[in-house]
Design a protein around this ligand. Structure first.
Ligand code: HEM
Length: 119
């Protein structure tokens, strides 16, 4: 049986490391940093980490809002969405995640586009 994406990303510990890097990337990415200027970075890391852990086949610990409710009225555009995908790919590569897993994460994130962009 193939291991879950959760396992292949290094389980809870591995995903926490990836998401910490992802949020740090957002904070220093000029395309999106202003979006997060009022955010509590530690809380965002916790919530985004929980989202990834649950969404990749790990324990059901995500108790945050759904993606439409979270991003509604933010008027997020396509360039910002691509910037977030860039930050995610960079975070995976910085943590030596394999290409197959990078592709799977990219596909999952891309599939959420309609729940994030222009809503
Ligand atoms: C597929 C792409 C994305 C996913 C999976 C995602 C996921 C999340 C999650 C899980 C949260 C936390 C929700 C909660 O606290 O209940 C969140 C919050 C947020 N997201 Fe996204 N997001 C995505 C794209 C974006 C984009 C493109 C932007 C804008 C550049 C953005 C801006 C924000 C902001 C400003 C918050 C609120 C932070 C806060 O409460 O301080 N997101 N997102």
């Amino acid at each position: 049986m193939t291991a879950t994406l959760y396992d292949r990303l290094g389980g809870t510990e591995g995903i926490r490391r990836i998401v910490d890097k992802l949020v740090d990337n957002h904070l220093s990415n000029p395309v999106v940093s202003a979006r997060f200027s009022g955010s509590d970075a530690d809380n965002l890391k916790e919530m985004a980490g929980n989202f990834f852990i649950t969404g990749s086949g790990g324990p059901e610990i995500y108790t945050g809002k759904d993606m439409v409710t979270t991003h509604k009225h933010m008027n997020i555009n396509g360039d910002e969405f691509v910037a977030v995908l860039d930050d995610a790919m960079n975070a995976l590569q910085a943590n030596d995640i394999g290409q197959r897993e990078q592709e799977e994460v990219l596909y999952i994130l891309y599939s959420l586009k309609d729940q994030v962009v222009g809503i």
